[in-house]
Design a binder for this molecule. Structure first.
Ligand SMILES: Cc1cc2nc3c(=O)[nH]c(=O)nc-3n(C[C@H](O)[C@H](O)[C@H](O)COP(=O)(O)O)c2cc1C
Length: 188
């Protein structure tokens, strides 16, 4: 397959879409985040990349806590809203059914079927953003997305951000079984 060098600017496609919940200047706030990843299994850790200018970054620095809320396709409008406007200018929590877990400053979104409360453990300072690395303290799931007590991605119906055109898209068809289809290339 021939390749063309297209420079250095990139995204990892597709990008998962979540809502981060924080308390900034004493007020609950919610922001859309696509740059998010699991970082460690034991203990469970997560990484969230937030531009320095975001009100959310201020909140995480103030409290050392945040939530990560994974929406289903039913919450796409709320997700987009939380990425359109800053909590500095608008009370985004007015559109959110908030619930709290063990942490004081990690408000969670009841509309999202999968949510987690997180405690900041490290901040990596990047030129334009902060990579917030956190321990996941508790995970909350709606009964409707569980299969044998485990989160079932097909039932969750998460969605991703795709380019070009900036669209939200649901998961597509299965392309193969993980840790299975690669076995056909094993040499022994
Ligand atoms: C689909 C989508 C994904 C986004 N992903 C990120 C992200 O990963 N990191 C980031 O800093 N901003 C991201 N943004 C932008 C913020 O959500 C947006 O600037 C928001 O208004 C900031 O809110 P705040 O100032 O209340 O924190 C994204 C926006 C959208 C719509």
């Amino acid at each position: 397959m021939a390749k063309r060098n297209i420079g250095k600017s990139f995204h990892i496609y597709p990008m998962p879409v979540v809502i981060a919940g924080t308390v900034a200047d004493g007020r609950r706030n919610f922001m859309t985040v696509a740059w998010v990843t699991k970082l460690n299994s034991d203990p469970p850790m997560i990484g969230l990349c937030v531009a320095r200018k975001q009100h959310t970054a201020r909140g995480i620095q103030q409290t050392g806590e945040f939530s990560v809320n994974i929406p289903s396709v039913d919450q796409a409008t709320l997700v987009d809203y939380c990425g359109l406007v800053s909590g500095r200018d608008e009370d985004k929590a007015a559109h959110v059914e908030v619930f709290e877990g063990a942490l004081k400053s990690a408000p969670m979104v009841r509309q999202c079927p999968l949510t987690m409360e997180c405690r900041l453990s490290q901040t990596v300072e990047l030129p334009g953003s902060f990579l917030f690395i956190a321990d996941v303290v508790n995970v909350y799931a709606s009964e409707s997305i569980l299969t044998d007590d485990a989160v079932d991605a097909v039932k969750l119906r998460p969605f991703v951000l795709t380019m070009p055109g900036a669209s939200y898209r649901a998961l597509g068809e299965e392309v193969g079984r993980a840790w299975e289809i690669g076995k056909s290339l094993l040499q022994k």
